[in-house]
Design a protein. Sequence first.
Length: 346
Amino acid sequence: MHRVVVLALPGVIPFELGIPHRLFGNAYSLDGKPLYETVTCSLDGRPVRTDADFTLAVDHDASVIADADTLIIPPSHHDSPVLRTGEIPEPVARALASVRPGARLVSICTASFVLAAAGLLKGRTATTHWYYTEQFGRLFPDVRLDPDVLFVDDGDILTSAGAAAGVDLCLHLVRRDHGSEVANGVARRCVVPPWREGGQAQYIRRPVPAPAEADTAATRDWALQQLHRPIPLAELAARAGMSVRTFSRRFLAETGQTPGRWLTAQRVELARRLLESSDLPVDQVAERSGFGSGSSLRQHLAAALGVSPAAYRRTFQGSPQRSSGGGVRRASTASTRTRLPQTAIR
């Protein structure tokens, strides 16, 4: 069997730690034989303190890594030194150095910082949790970071976005190793979608910042109340008491975006809120957010988030349904026939 070793580092997050055993432990051949052996280790074989209120006892130390076909590193607590400094502790570096040639390296969530700190991602494409992308980019400028996708498959090194994206990545590995039929069986047994539409951009909340003391701040604040209608650049400039050229220059200096790009981003954000919080038809959401038509909204949402309005609403507006026994059950939010986003595979 393919041997998967999971390395639990100090402060490991229990949810992500359990993903590999849960997913690979439910992978069976078509004749019912288990396809993976999953073992968990710590650096020294001693119990590991998690970021929750309990300590984890393991049966193995890092020596088992030498026999791994796939090594998976779950994330540790958010105050982990490697996240703050980009420097890898020597015991962790030694453990990674013991990985045999040809074995796969996999990180879940911010464990990509560990791989990058060890120099393993230099010049390669990777991802991490969206919240830490700016920090990752500062610490590891030699890594080609893709902040939108749920996971990146770069051959022998694979990285995933935050938390549940580890499920997406493990299912991808099963699919890559044994095909869709086996991977779909794992998904059914674990009651998760075989794949998800879009990337992690749809999970990033981009709040509109409070107006600052700046030349265009009052105009921006006013524009946020006018998103339902076209707002010509000349009208924005007149509102600020500037020429179009001066307004455009100052707007770009203050926001980092042109007025047109900024307005589009705010309209996408408004459309997201309406899709999440209302049952308005897509055409009405488009009208209220200033896109004019459902087709225009679909185009802009796909460009920004990689999903359609309907898919976004299914993801973020699950409607409770009453079961016959009086309990509440959730409506299904995923289709097993969705196409796998091509941006998720490198």
